[in-house]
Design a protein. Structure first.
Length: 214
């Protein structure tokens, strides 16, 4: 395992040097007991303002919740930083001899200025209004720095999915929120159950029953 991690660190350093300061490379260690400190190595952390010892991303929780046999590398998707910069990201799942995912190797390239340049060039060469422009409906996922931020983000997404404030939610709405959070791996985060129960105004017993409805 140590040999694998050392190789990944070497690879991360090489990629960061090759592609420059806009390319962040992150290694998450899933073998650690402290999930809150999953980042064990990072190059160009200024891109997302993260450091070694910071917590997991949504990708990490998703991996821990998923069937290892169904996990596939996720390539060339969009993420977003706190200050609104857009990153082109790829996530590689590194396995041990038993096919268990033990490390997550992620690359995040800041394409914000490239997108701005693309828009400027398109405006210069455009000869008529575009009426059938296809747009990407996917929303870049915000990169979080610790498990508290990550849990807040997942709760925000769950509530947005239901489409109404908590005060107006009925039982089915709350079940939907709990199911979304459960599927996203939110309850792997310490004391997340307490926070969600308080937010939804339900007991821990009710929370567990809602989780079992999936």
């Amino acid at each position: 395992m140590k040999q694998t991690l050392n190789f990944l660190k070497q690879l991360a350093h090489g990629l960061a040097a090759q592609f420059g300061s806009s390319c962040e490379v992150v290694i998450h260690d899933l073998t650690r007991k402290e999930l809150e400190k999953s980042i064990v190595y990072i190059e160009n952390g200024h891109v997302s303002n993260r450091h070694t010892g910071d917590g997991p991303s949504g990708i990490v929780l998703e991996t821990l919740r998923s069937d290892p046999g169904k996990i596939k590398d996720k390539l060339a998707y969009l993420t977003r930083t706190d200050d609104g910069r857009i990153l082109k990201s790829s996530t590689l799942y590194i396995r041990d001899e038993n096919d268990k995912v033990v490390y997550i190797f992620s690359m995040n390239y800041d394409i914000t200025t490239l997108l701005a340049a693309e828009n400027s060039i398109r405006g210069l060469i455009q000869t008529q209004p575009e009426t059938n422009t296809e747009t990407d409906s996917s929303t870049p996922q915000r990169i979080t720095h610790n498990v508290t931020e990550l849990l807040d983000l997942l709760i925000e997404q769950a509530i947005a999915r239901v489409g109404k404030p908590v005060a107006m939610m009925n039982k089915d709405d709350k079940v939907a929120v709990v199911q979304y959070l459960n599927n996203a791996g939110a309850f792997l985060i310490t004391k997340s159950g307490d926070k969600v129960s308080t937010l939804l105004g339900i007991s821990k017993f009710t929370l567990y029953s809602y989780m079992d409805k999936g």
